[in-house]
Design a protein around this ligand. Structure first.
Ligand code: ATP
Length: 408
């Protein structure tokens, strides 16, 4: 029978990663002989705004053909989980709360997935749903992510994850940047988010102690294998695994809301634009405050050019704020309409057409060319703006954000 096995919360801030555990678990069940993997393992990213995530809020799922008792499979998965969080990731020491779920067939969990990817789900609700649908679960908060991973369906991409040998965990990741640039050039647009051309640095390596050496993202698993073979590094990966994933699909926009920690997607009118250091704060006519942090690069630059009356569609994270109640941290916006940019200028001389200067307060204007004095209203002069009616993205993209060129 077809069975889904899903996991979450197996890492800690110092070691481990739920994908690493999943890749090891696949090897373990292969040896067991009672299961056959039916698909790539899944890496399902959930709400990027959840405060209790460790890094990228990733959960995992595998789909297998299994002959045996479901309880036995759950025991096997849960024991493997406990061993990993105790021996490898030390997750319990950091109050991580692993969870496992095992369910037959294709449980109807898409609505839960939709909520988990853009809003907050309670553990109580997750447990009740599992029991109603006959899904076996063990553990704690990780059950939310595990069930949500089971409910994933929709567009997908792939990520090849290469893992490090244990003796290298915590060491600086040395990869030849030229080789990363090369794979990006060869693979584009079927691979992406590998190299930052503005900062001139590879993006494929994480920075922490986790066992991931690098990850290459794309739409074609065979290409990812080929590109991994071109990465130049003295450190040899321990092993690698390709995951099917909702990364780069905009899944967090499936059901936007305005509650704290959810994803916001709405149209607003700009009322006032203020700079605070290098950050840009936009007050809207609807009374919202939108932060566009300097780290967003081009998005921040574009935001600083907005003016009162412009209308924008904003996508971002809703965050609670003790000062303002609720704020939006923008990840991209689309300019819907631009108000005419005009400034007031001194009028031209009615005699010779020359430019004029003020003749003093309340005394009208004096022509710079012929000296004629006259009184007239200031005139409106249209200004140009580099902004256009299109999308502006943050330079660093969130795991779930779809790159603008990607068609999936
Ligand atoms: P890694 O990327 O290494 O897996 P992480 O950042 O994914 O680390 P997790 O260990 O997965 O962090 O922790 C996230 C926790 O938040 C999990 O327990 C998961 O069940 C829970 N969670 C995920 N999404 C939601 C949600 N929408 N509502 C409530 N809890 C959630």
């Amino acid at each position: 029978m077809k069975v889904r096995i899903a996991f979450d919360d197996h890492d800690s801030p110092i070691y481990g990663c739920t994908t690493h555990f999943t890749a090891l678990f696949i090897e373990e069940i292969r040896k067991w002989g009672k299961v056959r993997l039916l698909d790539f393992p899944y890496l399902v990213r959930l709400n990027p705004n959840i405060p209790w995530k460790t890094r990228g809020n990733g959960s995992t799922m595998i789909v297998v053909d299994y002959r045996g008792e479901l309880d036995e499979l759950l025991d096997l998965a849960w024991n493997a989980s406990l061993e990993y969080v105790e021996e490898v990731s030390k997750a319990k020491l950091y109050d991580r709360k692993p969870g496992v779920a095992v369910g037959i067939g294709d449980p109807p969990l898409f609505e839960l997935y939709k909520k988990a990817v853009s809003d907050v789900v309670t553990l109580d609700y997750a447990f009740r749903l599992a029991s109603k649908l006959g899904i076996l679960v063990r553990g704690d908060r990780g059950v939310i992510g595990a069930l949500a991973a089971m409910g994933f369906s929709g567009p997908y991409t792939y990520e090849l994850l290469a893992y490090r040998r244990r003796e290298n965990w915590g060491r600086f990741r040395r990869v030849d940047p030229k080789s990363v640039k090369l794979i990006d050039v060869i693979g584009f647009p079927h691979t992406f988010s590998n190299y930052d051309y503005v900062e001139s640095k590879p993006l494929i390596m994480p920075h922490g102690n986790d066992p991931v050496f690098y990850g290459i993202r794309g739409t074609d698993p065979a290409l990812l294998e080929r590109l991994a073979g071109l990465i130049v590094s003295e450190e040899k990966p321990d092993f690698s695994r390709i995951f099917k994933t909702n990364q780069s699909t905009d899944a967090h926009l499936l059901s936007p809301r305005t509650r704290p920690y959810s994803t916001f997607d709405g149209i607003v009118e700009v009322k006032e634009v203020k700079r605070e250091g290098k950050d840009v704060n936009i007050w809207t006519s609807e009374g919202m405050l939108i932060f566009v942090f300097k780290e967003t690069g081009e998005l921040n630059q574009a935001a600083s050019l907005l003016e009162s009356g412009d209308v924008v569609r904003v996508i971002g994270a809703v965050k609670p704020s003790s000062r303002y109640g609720r704020v939006i941290e923008a990840e991209r916006f689309k300019l819907i309409s631009l108000r005419r940019r005009v400034s007031l200028a001194n009028p031209r001389c009615p005699i010779c057409g020359g430019s004029s200067e003020s003749a003093g307060r309340g005394k009208g204007f004096r022509c710079r060319k012929c000296g004629h004095s006259f009184s007239k209203e200031k005139v409106e002069v249209e200004r140009s703006t580099p902004l256009s009616l299109s999308w502006y993205y943050s330079r660093p993209l969130r795991h779930l954000s779809r790159p603008i060129f990607l068609r999936i």
